[in-house]
Structure formats: structure tokens, C-alpha cells
Ligand binder design. Structure first.
Ligand SMILES: C[S@@+](CC[C@H](N)C(=O)[O-])C[C@H]1O[C@@H](n2cnc3c(N)ncnc32)[C@H](O)[C@@H]1O
Length: 224
């Protein structure tokens, strides 16, 4: 079966099986992937890059396209089937195969990732707007702790998604969305460097590029 067909089939299976954590109806488009990978390869020295929630590897492919031989990429994926699919791609499918020695795949929630390896870049595909506000805060704190000072965090959300969800949400869910909005607004106020509008994606998306300050946020337990 062709690579893209296998990719879409696995993605749709997981949309039905695990919508809450998959949080999308299609893998990200090339345009969205390129925007998320904007800062890959943009440094004098080697970069340590972390992709959180790579799914079937749609964004991973765009990261690899910009990676240099001295760069390293870690992938942290919660869903066992996506992690297995990625391992298979890196073993057997070009262009993934030729990056095998530069990439590590971890099957775990990002909340449990080791904090021994600081990253220059973190690229997240997590559907944060699906999660409870406390989990959103916990994940953002974790990603910020994982960044080197001056490192960049890039993540996307669908344009207007919270407003649309709020139209059909019950009271508790509207409150949850308001809390997430407040978390994002504070984060953007302090550290958003750039926002891309990506129209060529289903649905269109904003990509937020943040450069958090070392003393930013942490509300969850500090590194130790
Ligand atoms: C919207 S999909 C994005 C997939 C891919 N990056 C793309 O853009 O096509 C979200 C991905 O995040 C993963 N995910 C959700 N919660 C996670 C967590 N706490 N830690 C790591 N991965 C998670 C899901 O399993 C899924 O692969």
C-alpha cells in the first residue's frame, strides 16, 4: 500500500478510536508542517529538536526536510499505534529511513518525558483545546521547562476553534474553554514572537511561535 494511503488509514482509525487525544480529522498539510518547522535549521550550531504528538508523521516529514546532519530529533507520542507506525516508517520508508540515526521515538505522554535533554526547538501538534485547562497548563509548563534558554516553542490551533466549540458546548465546557483562552492569552502576551495564518489546511490554522523567558509560568513542579 502506498505510504500516504497507509498514513491516512491509520490516522482515521485513530480519529474514531481516540478522538479526544487525536483531535483532528486529517493529518496536517504540508503548509502547516512547513510553518511549524520554520525554525528548524536556523541556527549556527546543531539543534536538538523535540516534536510532541507527531501522529503519523505529517509534520515530522517537514522537520526532516530542514534538518542538517548535525541536528537531532526526538519524537514523543502518546498513542501506541502512531508510535508503532512511526517506527515502521523510519525503518522502511524514504525519506524517513535516511534519518534513522538522528531520531529517537518515545511512546509516552509528554508529561512523563525526561527533563535531562534540553531542546532548542519544540514543535507541538497536541490538540490542547480538547484538554482540561489544568492539563493544558501542565503540558505548557512541561514544554517550557524542556526548552533551552532562548529556545522556541511552536504549536498550532485551528482558527476560531474555541469560539466554534463554545457555540455547541455546555456550561462546564464553555468555562473550560474560557480558562484555556486565558492561559493562552497570558502566554502570547509574554512570549509570542510570530503568528502564521495557514489557510491551506483542513481546517485553517494559526501557528504560534513563542520564545518563553526562563522564569516564565511554571506552576507545576520544577525540574529536579
Ligand atoms: C492533532 S494530532 C497531530 C498529529 C500530527 N502532528 C499532524 O499534525 O498531523 C495530535 C497528536 O498528539 C498526540 N498526543 C495527544 N496527547 C498527547 C500527549 N499528552 N503526549 C504526547 N502525544 C500526545 C496524539 O496521539 C496525536 O498523535
Amino acid at each position: 500500500m502506498k505510504g500516504w494511503l497507509r498514513e491516512y488509514r491509520l490516522f482515521w482509525q485513530e480519529v474514531w478510536r481516540a478522538y479526544h487525544t487525536t483531535g483532528a480529522i486529517l493529518p496536517s498539510s504540508r503548509s502547516l508542517g512547513r510553518s511549524l518547522a520554520r525554525y528548524v535549521g536556523q541556527a549556527d550550531g546543531p539543534q536538538w529538536i523535540l516534536e510532541v504528538g507527531p501522529g503519523t508523521g505529517a509534520v515530522t516529514r517537514c522537520i526532516l526536510a530542514r534538518m542538517r546532519p548535525e541536528d537531532r530529533l526526538d519524537l514523543v507520542e502518546l498513542n501506541e499505534r502512531f508510535a508503532a507506525g512511526l517506527r515502521q516508517r523510519f525503518e522502511a520508508e524514504e525519506p524517513f529511513r535516511k534519518f534513522q540515526t538522528q531520531v529517537r521515538i518515545f511512546h509516552m505522554p509528554i508529561q512523563q518525558a525526561s527533563e535531562n535533554q534540553p531542546y532548542d526547538l519544540i514543535i507541538s501538534g497536541l490538540p490542547l483545546n480538547n484538554f482540561p485547562a489544568a492539563v493544558v497548563q501542565e503540558i505548557l509548563d512541561k514544554m517550557i521547562r524542556l526548552l533551552k534558554p532562548g529556545g522556541m516553542l511552536s504549536f498550532f490551533e485551528y482558527i476560531g476553534i474555541r469560539k466554534m466549540k463554545a457555540l455547541i458546548a455546555g456550561r462546564a465546557d464553555r468555562q473550560r474553554l474560557r480558562e484555556i483562552k486565558a492561559i493562552f492569552q497570558e502566554l502570547f502576551r509574554q512570549s509570542e514572537k510570530r503568528r502564521d495564518w495557514v489557510w491551506l489546511n483542513t481546517p485553517p490554522a494559526w501557528v504560534h511561535h513563542l520564545q518563553p523567558q526562563p522564569n516564565h509560568l511554571p506552576t507545576s513542579p520544577a525540574r529536579g
